[in-house]
Design a protein around this ligand. Structure first.
Ligand SMILES: [Zn+2]
Ligand SMILES: [Zn+2]
Length: 428
């Protein structure tokens, strides 16, 4: 972990969840001063980018100087870079830069849109405005010199003949065309998630017992949970022999009797072996409700070999979900060499589910590929890959990435009821 920490500071980039936690605290602090009429987190954080460079906060206030004074006196500030009435920049003790901008109340919706970005999205929006004879910038929409008054960001879009575009989609990936045609998807939300599939326990390398994980899932309101410890080749993660598996299944049967409000599914995170096969004999594989197939070793294959290996695993009738498809660890390890589009095409062909791994250091599959996969008809599972009870709460980060990938609830199988899920898994 120290190595990862070092890399993050070295590069001046930060994973989403760390920056988001800091930003939320600062925004609450600004709120608490009573000096801001309103304040909001903007920038790439608002777009839920997996890696961010800094935190942007936008506020409107009648006492801007006092607000800036309060801001630089915030507990977490290490250094003040610049301080002015409209913009102040600081560095936090955690190394993250924060810009606070104070704008006029009537400019707020425009500034919020502008400082949310992305740059590419903003450029496309300006072009559209221009084609309608309207000038657009961070201060407003103008007909000639006349400001077109808007109270909410949403109205900027409607003025330009567009449906509201959620911040996560503002990446110039076709969102303006979709908004023009009235085809902005109703994006999946955290509350849509009814159960989870990728969960480790003390049987392999998890920190909490199977029953603790089940209890926590119930507390979170989930209706089903698939226990997927590591398979036998994962000796470094205490992977399960057939004998231990049988014991786990007995415990799952017991817990299913004990808890009537949640269904516990028998699963495994099976290593994909170098030749693309799974890690147990058919006799065992056919008894799982769900098999998540993942790569945990032999990362250094050629792109062709790696792609073939994963496609072979997808072809296997017992594989249900492809786990963390590219193996990346944000700011620490790049994806292994793999033809992601070929893998997605194979998943579509064999009717397999692709995971959005919600671990905040993975967030894999990358959202840039998700829209393509959706268009191919691939379904996704937003999986916590939890190794502790707290890990179950990571699902929200996966939901953020699913939203960036244009997914709606129906594209995500863990928004379905358990009966539906079991029937899908059995018929794959
Ligand atoms: Zn894994
Ligand atoms: Zn895992």
């Amino acid at each position: 972990m120290e190595g990862i920490q070092f890399l993050k500071q070295y590069s001046g980039h930060h994973v989403y969840f760390e920056a988001f936690e800091e930003a939320t605290k600062i925004n609450d602090y600004i709120d608490g001063t009573g000096l801001a009429i309103k304040s909001e987190i903007a920038g790439s954080l608002r777009r839920k980018k997996e890696i961010v460079k800094d935190i942007d906060i936008l506020a409107t206030s009648k006492e801007a100087l006092k607000l800036m004074d309060a801001f630089v006196n915030y507990d977490g500030v290490r250094e003040v870079i610049a301080k002015g009435e409209t913009k102040t920049s600081v560095v936090l003790k955690s190394g993250i830069n924060v810009d606070l901008r104070v704008v006029k109340e009537e400019e707020f919706p425009y500034a919020l849109h502008h400082f949310t970005g992305s740059k590419e999205h903003n450029t496309a929006m300006r072009h559209r405005a221009k084609s309608m004879g309207i000038k657009m910038n961070e201060y407003g929409l103008f007909k000639g010199d006349h400001l077109i008054e808007r109270k909410e960001e949403e109205e900027i879009f409607s003025k330009l003949g567009l449906l509201y575009i959620p911040p996560e989609l503002r990446e110039d990936m076709g969102e303006i065309e979709a908004a023009e045609k009235g085809e902005i998807p109703v994006l999946v939300e955290e509350k849509d998630i009814k159960g989870v599939f990728h969960v480790h326990t003390t049987y392999s390398d998890g920190r909490n017992s199977l029953e603790d994980m089940v209890r926590k899932a119930r507390d979170l309101g989930y209706k089903y949970i698939a226990i997927t410890d590591h398979s036998k080749s994962a000796f470094y993660a205490n992977g399960l022999t057939e004998e231990v598996l049988l014991r786990q299944w007995e415990e799952i049967d017991e817990l299913n009797k004990k808890y009537s409000d949640i269904v516990i599914l028998k699963g495994i995170e099976s290593d994909i072996l170098p030749d693309g096969s799974l890690d147990y004999e058919e006799e065992i594989l056919k008894r799982f409700d769900v098999v998540v197939a993942s790569i945990h070793s032999h990362f250094r294959m050629s792109k062709e070999e790696m792609t073939k290996r994963v496609i072979k695993a997808l072809e296997n009738k017992y594989t249900k979900i492809l786990g963390h498809p590219t193996g990346r660890l944000l700011l620490a390890r790049d994806s292994y060499e793999i033809d992601v589009y070929a893998v997605i095409d194979a998943a579509a062909h064999y009717g397999k589910i692709i995971e959005i791994n919600s671990n905040p250091f993975r967030l894999d599959l990358d959202w840039r590929y998700i829209k393509y996969a959706k268009e191919k008809g691939v379904k996704f599972a937003i999986n916590p890959d939890a190794h502790s009870v707290d890990g179950l709460e990571d699902v929200k980060y996966g939901v953020g990435i699913a939203r960036k990938g244009w997914l709606e609830a129906r594209d995500v199988i863990n928004t379905y009821e358990v009966e539906e899920v079991l029937s899908i898994l059995r018929n794959m």
